[in-house]
Design a protein. Sequence first.
Length: 320
Amino acid sequence: MAYMYDGNFGHYRVLQPKMGEGAFCTVDLVTGACASDCVNSQEPTEKKYAAKVLCPEKMVGLSAEQCEVVWCHFRDEILSLHEMTVTAGMLHPHIVAVFDYGIPEHFKAGHCFGIIELASSDLTQQIEFERLSAMRRLMGRFSGQRSFTIKEKLKQFRGLASALATLHAMGIVHRDIKPDNLLIVDGTIKLADLGLAAEQSGHGAERAGTPRYSAPEFFQRFYRGTVMPGSDVFSWAVVFYEFLTGNYPFEALNHDTTVSRIQQKIYSPLSSVAVSGASKELRTKIDEEIFQKCFSPTPDVRPSATEVCETLQKILLEDL
């Protein structure tokens, strides 16, 4: 069932407003019983969720056309994920669930919102935690939050590659894979924020996505928003490298040099970088089988998300 936003979220009760905030959205902590979040048709029980809200007041300064584009992206994301969530067997375990929503008829009519899974953190926070944890361990200090083992990291990113393969098979390209858009829900890393997603057969905004995690074609002059699954694979690999090492692979002193390194595939091979729990042999294998291929400047040369998933599965079976 869908609800209109009137300062509340239907029968969902706000516990903490604005526990998170983005360019056009806020995230509230809410509680309520949701029929879409039940197993075997059991009676819904009250639990906590995140309410992601698109706020018109945060779009001040945009033209009416720009506001409508933002609104349509958000609406399509919420409706697509909700359809996956409520259709038996359709939602991938590494894609965030949307259990409920409220969508006005037009962006001027009010707020859009989605009732989604409650995440404990995102991958940006986890990467930073693991980076600081390494320093704390050297200093003899420890934290209650746990790090992912090397095996868990490979399993999680195999799952994310599988999630991308599912989207690509549906004709959808995400276009904005980055640590902020990967949520950790009950220990599982899930793909979220399909707001910039587009159909493979069409074109999107000319400069959609986040430059730091964008594929080389994003920076080329002929690029006009062409939607390619290979761009998602590149971005996935950048985040995977960062998760394994704690370092961005194409780090440079300025933006232009970073772009140059992305376009020329200049990065530190994984074999030369410390990765907790991974032998040099394993690091070399991951670099050769994953990063050297996924970081290719040519989209058509990169492996598909399905192929990457199969490669990681093989590494897990043979080396861990």
